[in-house]
Design a protein around this ligand. Structure first.
Ligand SMILES: Cc1cc2nc3c(=O)[nH]c(=O)nc-3n(C[C@H](O)[C@H](O)[C@H](O)COP(=O)(O)OP(=O)(O)OC[C@H]3O[C@@H](n4cnc5c(N)ncnc54)[C@H](O)[C@@H]3O)c2cc1C
Ligand code: FES
Length: 317
């Protein structure tokens, strides 16, 4: 696939080294706000090489330091690039504390160092900027959409094309609203709607895919140019997005949340079923972003049975 349709594009230089922790913040009220189970944290790291090369949809592979659990998380853990500022030479990561690796990351403090490799992933979100864009994120799938939204706004400004940006967020309940607050920096630059399964205050009860269905219907009436859809979230959500965009006939790119081990294409543990003769592609190397038309949601990825979702919003298939 070419750059206009997603899939692998020109590989970016990959850096391996020690990134300095500038800030480590808790987000929202969950987990006592101190790195407890289910809490959300944001790390700001000094990583000039990664900040320069970062493209929306890419991730870094972090070596978690020894944490509160006995031993340490042996394998690196993949985390999406939430934000990247080449001028400030910083990147931002946002994570939910779910196990030993993220518990150790939650214990990092300003002045600590974090061993990371990145940016990784050759399948990235294309920054079109020449048409309306609809971004849909479910749960932790919201994390990579901030960098994408910022780059789209910049590209739309550069082209002086008034192309509206719509952000649709799906959360399970009020605890996940901390993830939605991360997008307040886009105020005045994007329209936003939030769906939650429990009908949390300020949200529409339902799924992010319900919001997307409505947004696509409105887009056909409002805009001469078909929008581009960008989505990240759990597999059932992405399958529903694929059905909606195919019905509406709009281009879309989906970022998958496969479990990863090596992160660089060596172990083949992150195979994703795709349509066509190739049958499988690797989330870490070929993705994590794929053109919506590529992915085959009728097939179960190898190892799917072992997975439990880390995010929410749109799980109804
Ligand atoms: C490309 C990519 C980007 C990611 N970006 C982020 C991010 O920005 N923020 C974030 O919080 N998390 C993100 N994740 C998930 C993150 O990597 C895991 O939450 C983390 O590795 C868990 O490590 P742990 O040692 O704390 O927990 P573990 O003990 O390894 O896992 C705890 C629980 O989470 C489940 N789990 C772990 N990874 C996944 C996964 N990928 N999909 C579904 N279930 C999983 C496990 O089955 C287990 O039930 C991303 C994953 C991928 C593949
Ligand atoms: S994680 Fe090893 S090949 Fe993708």
């Amino acid at each position: 696939m070419g750059a206009a349709t997603g899939g692998p594009v020109r590989p970016t230089p990959v850096w391996h080294g020690s990134a300095g922790v500038l800030t480590s913040e808790s987000l929202g009220e969950t987990g006592g706000g101190r790195g407890g189970p289910g809490s959300f944290r944001r790390l700001t790291l000094r990583a000039p090489e990664v900040a320069q090369a970062a493209r929306p949809g890419q991730f870094v592979h972090v070596l978690c330091p020894p944490g509160p659990d006995p031993g340490r998380a042996f394998l690196r853990r993949p985390l999406s690039l939430h934000d990247a500022d080449p001028a400030a030479e910083t990147i931002r990561l946002v994570f939910r504390v779910v196990g030993p690796g993220t518990r150790a990351l939650a214990a990092l403090r300003s002045g600590d160092e974090l061993d990371l490799i990145g940016p990784l992933g050759n399948g990235v979100f294309p920054v079109l900027g020449d048409r309306p864009a609809i971004l849909a994120g479910g749960g932790m799938g919201l994390v990579p959409l901030l960098l994408l939204a910022k780059r789209l706004v910049r590209e739309m400004d550069r082209r002086a094309v008034p192309a509206p940006l719509t952000l649709l967020a799906g959360v399970s309940g009020s605890a996940e609203l901390a993830l939605v607050e991360l997008f307040e920096v886009l105020e005045g630059q994007a329209e936003m709607a939030v769906a939650s399964e429990e009908g949390a205050p300020g949200t529409v009860r339902g799924l992010v895919t319900d919001l997307l269905e409505t947004a696509l219907r409105r887009a056909a009436l409002r805009w001469a140019r078909r929008p581009a859809v960008y989505a990240c979230g759990p597999r059932p959500m992405l399958a529903a997005v694929q059905r909606l965009v195919e019905k509406a006939g709009v281009p879309a790119w989906l970022s998958v949340e496969e479990r990863m081990a090596c992160g660089v294409g060596a172990c083949r543990g992150c195979a994703v079923p795709v349509r066509g003769p190739a049958r499988y592609r690797l989330a870490c190397l070929d993705g994590p972003v794929f053109g919506a038309e590529e992915l085959d949601f009728a097939e179960t990825p190898p190892g799917e049975a072992e997975k439990t979702p880390t995010g929410s919003g749109g799980e109804r298939s």
